[in-house]
Design a binder for this molecule. Structure first.
Ligand code: GTP
Ligand code: MG
Length: 398
């Protein structure tokens, strides 16, 4: 068969020459790297050689006998070379970039229709939607929730503020789940608290152990592993002396078993830990070496509710490695709205145990329930929509 060889510095140039000389329909039979130049290595140059033929030339050869067909088949069956040529690499990268760009454009178009062309919402749902957003629930998520409610609720429910509210509280409580009460009745049920410095861990331990509405009436033991600061040890010594609570201080993880044994008669053991900043992997690892031998039934990540939700989410991700089982929030008294906590709970994927507000030890801590969710997302002062206005078009910036 008549074939044609084209040698050029790049694949692009070689293909351009093939097209120019053999036309658009030319068939590429082979391409390979070839070296030209003198015998000396440094004078050699790498070029691309493309073997091509016109469709008529190929056909003539196939008609002429099976030999070329077999050669062609063998060539096609050859595994692609392990290392694609630079030009092929460049072309693949370009193609991949194009596809990714197209994908991004499509996602943007999808988002535009989803979030900017949200159908008009019935008044009660529009009101709750606005309330969700003002309470701090992520804008996009609030839009998804409103759309979902529009599909799920019947016409009668959609005109009832109560029905819309109940739907949303139920929906969110599937994500922000209240932690079940202590399940095991085994003695010395152990609850550890962990979190960033100043999150309110020690205060929470003091509240849980002294509030008669919580564990205040039970036999409580406290284990402290916060020996980094002598002031912290002294603070707990004074508290436990006054509260009549047994205290064990752990300086080494190896002391864990003996400390637990001394507290064996306690119904609940609370473990207070040193604060770990999210950027301190060594400290986090040290915390884990203390907690592992204590084998707590629950490990609560204590989060300061007045910190930005993104930072709380970041903390929740960092503390995952120590085996966080629950979330407890403190300092709720320091912020006015709390819907943004649902963003944190959603990201952390852990049930919520305690909510704490105020510095007093008694009466400032509550078990989280769906009713808290209701208070968080239904803001009485949320944008009021005039009674005669039955529709509302929320616009969300993409
Ligand atoms: N307003 C308010 N202050 C709180 C609350 N909980 C704790 N605090 C205060 O926050 C400060 C830090 O609390 P701690 O309990 O010492 O925090 P911690 O996480 O043990 O801190 P480190 O041991 O240093 O990591 C103290 O001044 C507490 O009184 C709360 O719910 N509301
Ligand atoms: Mg502390």
């Amino acid at each position: 068969m008549t074939t044609h060889k084209f040698v050029a510095p790049t694949m692009k140039d070689a293909l351009a020459r093939v097209k120019e000389e053999l036309g658009e329909d030319a068939l590429i039979l082979k391409s390979e790297k070839v070296k030209t130049g003198g015998a000396l290595t440094f004078t050699k140059r790498e070029l691309i050689e493309v073997t091509a033929a016109t469709p008529d030339e190929v056909k003539a050869d196939l008609q002429g006998g099976p030999e070329f067909a077999q050669t062609l088949e063998r060539t096609l069956q050859q595994p692609p070379s392990a290392e694609p040529m630079p030009q092929q690499n460049a072309e693949l990268t370009m193609l991949r970039d194009e596809v990714n760009k197209l994908r991004e454009d499509l996602t943007d178009i999808g988002r535009y229709f989803k979030y900017n062309n949200l159908p008009n919402l019935p008044r009660e749902l529009a009101r709750l939607y606005e309330s969700l957003r003002q309470s701090g629930i992520n804008d996009r998520w609030a839009t998804d929730l409103a759309q979902e409610a529009l599909v799920q609720l019947g016409a009668e429910e959609l005109v009832s503020a109560q029905a819309v509210e109940n739907y949303m509280v139920n929906r969110l409580s599937r994500i922000a789940q209240p932690a079940p009460q202590m399940t095991s009745r085994r003695p010395a049920y152990t609850i550890a608290v962990a979190g960033s410095p100043g999150a309110g861990k020690t205060t929470l331990v003091q509240k849980l152990s002294s509030d008669p509405g919580i564990y205040g009436k039970r036999r409580i033991g406290i284990i402290s592993i916060d020996t980094h600061r002598m002031a912290a040890v002294e603070q707990l010594r004074t508290f436990t002396r006054i509260a009549g609570v047994q205290l064990e201080i752990l300086f080494q993880p190896s002391q864990a078993a003996a400390a637990r044994a001394r507290l064996a008669n306690c119904e609940v053991i609370l473990v207070d830990t040193f604060g770990c900043s999210v950027g301190e992997p060594d400290r986090m690892q040290e915390l884990k070496t203390f907690l592992d031998p204590l084998d707590p039934d629950e490990i609560h990540l204590v989060l300061n509710a007045s910190v930005r939700d993104e930072d709380q989410i970041y903390a929740s991700q960092s503390f995952r490695e120590i085996g966080i089982t629950h979330l407890s929030f403190t300092r709720l008294d320091e912020s006015m709205r709390h819907g943004y906590l649902v963003n944190v709970i959603k990201a952390a994927e852990r049930p919520v145990a305690w909510l704490s507000k105020g510095q007093g030890f008694v009466g400032c801590t509550e078990r989280f329930t769906p009713e808290h969710l209701r208070k968080w997302i239904v803001l009485s002062e949320a944008v009021d929509i005039p009674a005669d206005e039955t529709v509302f078009s929320p616009l969300v910036n993409v």
